[in-house]
Design a protein around this ligand. Structure first.
Ligand code: WT7
Length: 654
């Protein structure tokens, strides 16, 4: 134990330089940093030049209407053509694009030629529904090939997709469908989760009740479960798509044509529809996938374990890898179905060489034990990645030792739904990696750590992470809410024109960046962003709750866990009432309102909440309680005895 603590403290000094072999063959070289500095726009033009454009751009960056960026203005391209057709035209039609593995054990290998046929059919099908470029399509699907096909079919037609994570509640789906005014929703009958089939279509029906904006619901058959059916609105995917011709000519769209909207939690109760467009997004998705993962088409077998419902799935399952002609694994299910060796069995079976996952899962693998991966042949792995939250040095080292045989580079990649693609990361083959640090902005990207006034902090000091230059895959706005876009990201350092990321960070003595977590009321649970306000709103919508305050408390596996403090309405669950039952009901209520990922780990029924004189809840004090710490400074509380009251109420009843 003492040794562990010591090695943790020393972690900043540990450094893992790339092997000579890796460095010699790597896609990235140290010269990239200089190239990008000496001619930033030229650098990005060169990256964009790796894509296929139907018409060239006139200007690399138009920042005249900042913070609304335009990249590659006047350029025209088709995103799906870039991800599929051109590889087939280049003679790679027989290369496997997707090794798909279903949770129950079924599998499919899909070549680029087959993917082209499927995407073309699906595009013809969506056109037949009367959808035209600019229309929005919502997609709530499990990790089945049709999810990727549907996204690419939308991209091919210039339809803006809005993918909603399969674990989100009907209420969450409804608000997203409404906000984007989606004309069509694509879903499935059900989804496999931990070995059994759970309904999906039923939830979609609930979400869409009396929502006239949705004209059609297209249903993929996955689990074979019976589903309710609305005649005239609902269509089976196989009836609609299978009969379509496999030829479809892709039309080129403007570089700034909206590609997708993806909702993410902010500091208020209402999720933000983050808007991404085409040319700049695809440029940075492909560039980062190539240099950060050192990806080689036709040689590597790549696997990103994210769900397509999150930005990681959009950029590093769909757009980046396919633009780069990757052969990738897509796995439908949970990592412990049917057993805890599932991922390693898949790595062995397909010879996965690049594996990208989240710290929460790495810590879960640690808990399950090193003997599990040790039973498999993982020698194909040559690069590992991490994303979603800060990775603690122990987890980093365990990952390298037990999954990476003590030799593979690890890339700790920092980015956000808003940034669209990786922004800060070591470059494999170039950077000497430090466990726990994302290290340095990528070539072409500007990031710095600043104080309250926007001045850069000194080495060894901490502050706020900002991005000081526009980047190609940056969000182009919040759907329907330009003011919120300015307020949220651009108002904090308005004079300097910096993008405020919402993360705390520090420089170490070498000037490398260490991410320290969110500085706003956003929690990070298993790499998923959840707003405290959203969970509080869900709680107070329950009839027994008068008031609620939610904090993210540190958790050894999930990074942060949701802890809620709730004041019961008088006459409901009294202080000695049936608390266990009341708490269980509230947890279920939150899951129903938002989704199971938002279920609080702990709900504490308290008599009061700590508030300042102006009525603001002091979450800092509640975090102290949730993390079992001595409660901090209470002098700004309107009533300083409240914390005593809360703590005494938490003592187990005799
Ligand atoms: C937030 C963005 C980007 C894909 C997944 C999450 C945190 C992300 C790291 C990292 C430390 C990280 C930040 C960020 N985050 N990657 N490598 N080290 N923190 O996307 O849901 O938009 O969340 O995730 O706090 O702001 P997201």
């Amino acid at each position: 134990m003492a040794e562990e603590v010591l090695s943790n403290l020393m972690s900043e000094d540990r450094s893992f330089p790339p092997s000579e072999d890796f460095a010699a063959g790597a896609n990235a070289t140290a010269a990239l940093y200089d190239d990008a500095v000496s001619d930033r726009e030229g650098f990005w033009a060169e990256q964009a030049g790796r894509l296929s454009w139907a018409a060239p751009w006139e200007q690399v960056l138009d920042w005249s209407d900042a913070p609304f960026a335009k990249w590659f203005t006047g350029g025209r391209l088709n995103v799906a053509y870039n991800c599929v057709d051109r590889h087939v035209e280049d003679g790679h039609g027989d290369q496997v694009a997707i090794h798909w593995v279903g949770e129950p054990g079924d599998s499919r290998d899909i070549t680029y030629a087959e993917l082209l046929a499927e995407v073309s059919r699906a595009a013809n099908a969506l056109s037949s529904l009367g959808l035209v470029a600019g229309d929005r399509v919502a997609i709530q699907l499990p990790m089945v090939p049709e999810a990727i096909v549907a996204m690419l079919a939308c991209a091919r037609l210039g339809l803006t997709h809005s993918v909603v994570f399969g674990g989100f509640s009907p209420a969450a789906l409804r608000s997203r469908v409404e906000d984007a005014a989606a004309r069509v929703v694509i879903t499935s009958d059900g989804q496999y989760r931990r070995g059994s089939a759970a309904p999906m279509k039923e939830n979609v029906d609930e979400a869409l009740a009396d929502l006239p904006v949705v004209e059609k619901v297209v249903v993929v058959r996955r689990t074979g479960t019976d589903v309710p059916w609305t005649e005239g609105r609902d269509l089976w995917w196989h009836d609609l798509v299978d009969a379509q011709p496999t030829e479809h000519t892709a039309e080129a769209f403007d570089a700034e044509h909206p590609l997708f909207i993806l909702y993410t939690s902010g500091t208020t109760g209402r999720p933000k529809g983050i808007l991404h467009t085409s040319g700049g997004y695809l440029t940075q998705a492909a560039y980062t996938h190539r240099v950060v993962f050192d990806h080689r088409p036709g040689e590597d077998v790549y696997w990103c374990t994210a769900d397509i419902g999150w930005i990681t799935g959009h950029t590093y399952i769909v757009y980046g890898p396919l633009a780069n002609r990757a052969t990738q694994v897509v796995y439908e299910g949970t990592p412990n179905t049917p057993n805890e060796g599932r991922h390693w069995e898949i790595v062995e079976r397909y010879g996965v060489s690049i594996y990208y996952t989240a710290p929460t899962l790495i810590r879960t693998f640690m808990k399950w034990g090193a003997h599990i991966p040790a039973a498999f042949d993982l020698s194909s792995l040559r690069l590992l990645g991490s994303v979603g939250e800060p990775i603690n040095p122990e987890a980093w080292l365990w990952y390298r030792e037990n999954i990476g045989r003590g030799t593979t580079p690890i890339v700790d990649t920092w980015w956000q739904t808003e940034t669209g693609a990786i922004m800060i990361s070591p470059l494999p083959g170039v950077t000497a990696a430090k466990p726990g640090s994302a290290q340095r902005a990528l070539p072409g990207i500007g990031a710095r750590v600043v104080d309250e006034t926007g001045a850069e902090v000194a080495k060894g000091s901490g502050g706020y992470l900002v991005l000081d230059q526009p980047w190609p895959s940056m969000l182009r706005g919040i759907w329907g809410d330009p003011e919120r876009f300015r307020d949220t990201y651009w108002s904090r350092f308005a004079d300097l024109g910096y993008y405020f990321a919402g993360d705390g960070a520090k420089y170490d003595a070498d000037g490398d960046i260490w991410l320290l977590g969110r500085v706003d009321d956003v929690m990070n649970v298993s790499g998923h962003r959840i707003s405290t306000t959203e969970v509080e709103s869900a709680l107070v919508s329950h009839p027994t709750v008068a008031e609620a305050a939610v904090v993210g408390a540190s958790d050894p596996t999930t990074g942060q866990a949701i802890v809620a403090f709730v004041i019961a309405r008088s006459g409901t669950a009294g202080p000695d009432g049936d608390r266990a039952e009341a708490v269980a009901a509230l947890r279920d209520h939150v899951a129903k309102e938002i989704g199971p990922i938002a279920k609080p780990r702990q709900i504490l029924i308290v008599p009061e909440l700590p508030k300042t004189r102006s009525g603001k809840i002091m979450r800092r004090l509640l975090r102290d309680v949730a993390e079992n710490r001595e409660v901090g400074d209470v002098t700004t509380l309107a009533d300083s005895s409240v914390m005593e009251l809360i703590s005494s109420g938490l003592r187990p009843a005799a």
